[in-house]
Design a protein. Structure first.
Length: 353
């Protein structure tokens, strides 16, 4: 770390985590996160109004905590980065308004960045500069995509989608299946934990969009809705027969079906493009089986795998700061102070112009 690398504060509020991260270049100095997940748990999903209110309450203390941890004063910061989409509109607004207030009062530039690209950029904090090109498998609660990344700042089509889910996102499938197995929200981490005690080949659940005809049209796309229905039918049949549901086996077999398809398609895309580096990002990248399976299969093909540590995979402010610092380092023009919150921002639009 050198003193002349940019010191960037990043703000993340797209869902239920209020994240404030501080980085210098690619060095992580602070990653403060306040989550409102417990307030949503009894509803079985994130309630937008509750999330917005929680962001408002958590924002100032979380900024303070990040500055204290990093040992920096706000006046030392060179730029402010903020998630301006995609995500929950009201939640995004709190982050964007906070970032504007900071930028204006400190007289510093603001960078409105894309949440999805930030899930990819965060890996630089752990493994150094991102290899470009790389193939990014982005798997979160709201998105599942395969991206060809030639420039993570999005310059000249630098983040290009090769495929995406045609129905549920991978994280959404984890959350829905967890719910029907009686596990708490958000379900991903619970399925991951319970699956360790189960048999992953106990039940042969379907692998979406992997049949010969599907591959013709949807080679790099995903579908998890059929899998979710198959799990529901299987569990219902057990219950109807009055037999106990082997929760660990169902969790392990479901998780195997999701991870198998994700890894298979990501490696197929990397091979098709002649790309030797696979990056996995987003909340589902915290999944232990996904990480292990990707390592195992990629190794055989000579493809390197980069996955940030689990705490950096789920939503946080450090990922936003990391992408902001890349923007500054590459001389990208800051965003205008009237930048909007955009709940349906496409992945290709990495920086608000
Ligand atoms: O990226 P993220 O924190 O928020 C969004 O941008 O959506 O992702 C949240 C998703 C949730 O669906 C959650 O269940 C899932 O990531 N998740 C996991 C694990 N940890 C979080 N899924 C599977 N295994 C995990 N260990
Ligand atoms: Zn996310």
């Amino acid at each position: 770390m050198t003193r002349d690398e940019p010191l960037v504060l990043g703000i993340e509020t797209s869902c239920d985590e209020t994240g404030v991260g501080i980085v210098r270049g690619t060095t992580l100095l602070a990653d403060a996160v306040a989550s409102s997940v417990e307030e949503h748990a009894r509803f079985g999903g994130v309630v937008p109004e509750v999330a917005s209110r929680a962001h408002l309450e958590a924002m100032v203390p979380t900024i303070q905590r990040a500055c204290d941890t990093a040992g920096v004063a706000l006046a030392d910061v060179d730029a402010i980065a903020v998630t301006h989409g995609p995500g929950l509109a009201g939640a995004l607004l709190v982050g964007v308004a906070s970032a504007k207030a900071l930028a204006l009062s400190l007289g510093k530039p603001i960078y409105g960045v894309n949440h999805l690209a930030a899930h990819v950029a965060v890996d630089q904090l752990e493994h150094g500069p991102l290899p470009e090109p790389c193939l990014a498998l982005l798997v979160s609660g709201g998105h599942s995509s395969l991206l060809r990344v030639t420039d993570i700042t999005g310059h000249a089509g630098g983040v290009a989608p090769m495929g995406a889910t045609i129905d549920d996102a991978a994280g959404e499938a984890f959350d829905k299946v967890a719910r029907l197995l009686g596990l708490p929200f958000p379900g991903g981490p619970h399925i991951d934990r319970v699956a360790r005690e189960g048999d992953k080949i106990a039940i042969d659940f379907p692998r979406g969009l992997t049949g010969r005809r599907d591959l013709e049209r949807h080679r790099f796309d995903f579908s998890f809705s059929g899998l979710k229905t198959a799990v529901a039918r299987w569990v219902e049949a057990r219950e109807r027969a009055g037999e106990p549901v082997p929760v660990a086996d169902v969790a392990a077999s479901f998780q195997e079906a999701v991870c198998d398809v994700l890894v298979r398609k990501a490696l197929d895309a990397a091979s098709a493009e002649g790309i030797e580096d696979l990056m996995i990002g987003g909340g589902v990248a915290a999944n232990s089986r996904l990480r292990a399976l990707a390592e195992e299969r990629a190794g055989k093909l000579g493809i390197r795998v980069r996955v940030p540590r689990p705490g950096l995979c789920t939503d946080n402010g450090a990922m936003v700061a990391a992408l902001g610092a890349t923007m500054v380092a590459r001389g990208r023009a800051p965003s205008p102070l009237d930048l909007p919150a955009d709940s349906s921002l496409p992945v290709t639009e990495v920086l608000a112009g």
